[in-house]
Every structure is written in C-alpha cells, then in structure tokens.
Design a protein around this ligand. Structure first.
Ligand code: ADP
Ligand code: MG
Length: 254
C-alpha cells in the first residue's frame, strides 16, 4: 500500500483534478484505490457522485467519533472507493487542535489491518490545517501540483518550507514531487515557471510529466466524470497516465 497526499497551500492549482484523475488512472489498471477527501468543500466527493447528508457518514465521523474508514467508504462509478468530505470538516481545527496524537489519527486509521488494501490518494484543501497535517503525517509521497503561474510557484515554496520545518518531527525528508499543471507551451509564462521551478526546488523532485492545459480536464467535473470516462483519448487522459507511470517507481518501496 502506498499513500499519496495531494497538497498545495494555494487553491485552483489542480489538486482535486490531479487526485481525481490519478485515482481513475489507478482504477483503470484494475486496482481499487481509496480516495480520502479532506477538503470541506468536497469537490472530489461531488465529482464521484457522493452527496452525504450527515457529517457522521463522512471523514468527519472518522476524526470526531473514531468511525473506522471502512464504515464510511463507498464505491464510486469510477471503481474508486471514496471516504467523502463534509462541510463540517472546516470546524475540526477548532474542535481537535493540532497535538501530535490528533495529527497522527489518519496515519493510524489507514494502517489498521484491511483499512486500505490498495493505493490511497488524499485530496487536501488549500490550508495547512489539522487535516492537511494528518495527510502529511500519513503519506509516503507528497504530490504538489503547481499551476503555471507565479503565485502557484510562490505557494510551492511555502509548502517546501513547511515540509522542511516538519522534518525534525517526521524524522526524515518526506518524499515529494512537484508536478506542473495547466502547462501551455505557447505561453511564455509556462517556460518562465519551468526555469524558476528548477532554481528554487530540487530538480530531482520535479516531475518530468507536465499536465497540459486541457479543456476535457476542465469539463469532466461538470458531468461528474474523471477524464478517462469523459474523454479517454484526450491530452488530459494521456498526461495523467504518464504521471502515474512516473510515480509508480517512486511508490514502489512504500
Ligand atoms: P484545486 O483543487 O487545487 O483548488 P482544481 O483541481 O479544482 O484545483 O482546479 C481548479 C480549476 O482548474 C478547475 O476548474 C479545474 O477544472 C481546472 N483545471 C485543473 N487542471 C486543469 C488543466 N490541466 N487544464 C484545464 N483546466 C484545469
Ligand atoms: Mg480542490
């Protein structure tokens, strides 16, 4: 089992798009991955068709009432098992605090026998809150989407600083990969960001795969589909297949 957390402190960089389509790419290969939606806005849950009415039926139940993850998990049309989010997740910082035993809760939940037989992908929100800390402490690999703009790169540097600051607690350098999203070779800014990324981040931690700007990726949530079901031959489907291929060897040892 490998656990990937998709995180960036900026909104709109492609975290949910990346989580959704990586999960779908894994499911395409016959595995049944587990999606954990840790964003109170619940976009990932929404695209997967989940509309939970009660907070207890979502990851809120796991964090607040120790409900096992398998009890809140549901199977989606994409062949992905989903632990959905709820708006009440926004209250967890105030309710739980950020003590070590709280930020380790997801790690412990996922390591329970049978909780997650396959790959796990966690979709985080754009805050370094108690939920994102849980994702950081649970994951084997942090995947940081960086859309091709200056503010997204500035946020990536903040993520880098935050992860480095946590290193003494994690007792290791957390494996991480930065992936460029919304890449458009015709825009000068895209090339500028590539150059600057290589200057401010470790080059070996930047994915060779770039997720291109692709209208099919932007459309697919509107029809509640991942890109493989919406437009299997699209650039979006090709790019997320390539990203999974690139990440698999990194996850191999996890
Ligand atoms: P985040 O989860 O980081 O807030 P999203 O994944 O929701 O970001 O993406 C923000 C918006 O950008 C969405 O409308 C999404 O459809 C669009 N988007 C993301 N990646 C791409 C892409 N490669 N090409 C075109 N649109 C994209
Ligand atoms: Mg999102």
């Amino acid at each position: 089992m490998a656990i990937i957390a998709v995180f960036n402190q900026k909104g709109g960089v492609g975290k949910t798009t990346t989580a959704l389509n990586l999960l779908a790419a894994i499911a395409q290969r016959g595995e049944r991955p587990l999606a954990i939606d840790l964003d109170p806005q619940g976009h990932l849950s929404h695209v997967f068709g989940a509309r939970p009415r009660h907070a207890e039926e979502t990851v809120c139940g796991f964090f607040l009432h120790q409900t096992p993850l398998d009890d809140i998990a549901q199977i989606t049309r994409s062949g992905v098992v989903l632990c959905p989010a709820h708006l009440d997740l926004a209250k967890l910082d105030a309710l739980l605090g950020k003590s070590l035993n709280v930020v380790l809760r997801l790690r412990q939940g996922l390591r329970r026998p049978g909780a997650a037989p396959g790959t796990v992908v966690i979709d985080c929100c754009a805050l370094l809150n108690v939920l994102s800390l849980n994702a950081i402490f649970a994951c084997d690999l942090m995947l940081i989407p960086v859309s091709c703009d200056y503010l997204a790169l500035a946020s990536a540097r903040e993520v880098e600083r935050a992860l480095n600051a946590l290193e003494p607690v994690l007792k290791r350098r957390l494996p991480r990969r930065y992936v460029l999203t919304r890449y458009d070779a015709r825009r000068k800014m895209s090339e500028d960001i590539i150059v600057q990324m290589a200057e401010v981040l470790r080059p070996e931690e930047i994915c060779g795969t770039r997720i291109r700007e692709n209208v099919k990726l932007a459309e697919s949530p509107a029809v509640e589909l991942d890109v493989f079901r919406h437009a299997p031959g699209s650039k979006g489907a090709l790019d997320y297949t390539a990203l999974l291929d690139e990440l698999l060897p990194v996850l191999g040892g996890a």
